[in-house]
Design a binder for this molecule. Structure first.
Ligand SMILES: [Zn+2]
Length: 201
């Protein structure tokens, strides 16, 4: 009886080792990349609002709420950015890494229809186009659609960029959007005065 239990235990342990041994490389190769998760968990906003956001995908530059992408990720939100902006971000990120600050993006390039969806959603949220336009631009007006703007994920990175971004050409453009940066510094690395919100520009 005892021996049998022991055999069962040994056999089970062997199986566990075998499973772990062969599956872990597969698990690791899929980790850390947004590219492996193209499913669209946007059902929450897809019901009722009629905005069509449920059909937005990676090709629109869509990044699901709560997720971020790295500057090195091979997704349209990053790869369709203006090359000058991406290069400036890379250089700034290298410098910031010395202070253990990592740059990740909640938004980069967006398709025009993605931008329009955001605007339509904002009109619902804020009650009027005028109020919505203080936060979100229409489809063809956004610097995101032109690949000329990024939204930075973490407070640490925003803080670093606010202090040192000008050296790399990167500036916070709107006073009400601490996360939104564009390549607007002059040749001396000085950022223009911030606009109060999106309606001003
Ligand atoms: Zn933005």
């Amino acid at each position: 009886m005892r021996l049998r239990n022991l055999l069962v235990a040994v056999t089970a342990a062997t199986i566990v080792v075998a499973i772990t041994g062969c599956s872990s490389p597969g698990i690791h190769s899929g980790a850390g990349s947004l590219g492996a998760a193209p499913q669209l968990p946007s059902a929450g906003s897809g019901s009722g609002a009629g905005s069509g956001s449920a059909q937005l995908g990676q090709d629109d530059g869509y990044i699901p709420t709560g997720e971020t992408v790295a500057l090195t990720d091979d997704v349209p939100a990053v790869t369709r950015l203006d090359p000058r902006l991406l290069e400036a971000l890379d250089r700034a990120a290298t410098a910031a890494a010395d202070r253990d600050v990592t740059f990740t993006l909640t938004d980069g390039w967006r398709s025009e229809r993605y931008q329009q969806t955001l605007f339509d959603d904002a009109v619902q949220k804020y009650g009027s186009e005028e109020e919505a336009s203080k936060w979100v631009k229409r489809g063809d007006e956004s610097k995101h659609v032109r690949g000329e703007a990024v939204d930075i994920a973490t407070a640490d990175a925003m803080d670093w960029l606010t202090r040192f971004g000008g050296e790399y050409g990167l500036c916070q453009v709107y006073a009400n959007e601490a996360w939104h940066f564009e390549l607007t510094a002059d040749s001396d690395g000085v950022c223009p005065a911030q606009l109060p919100d999106g309606t001003a520009g």
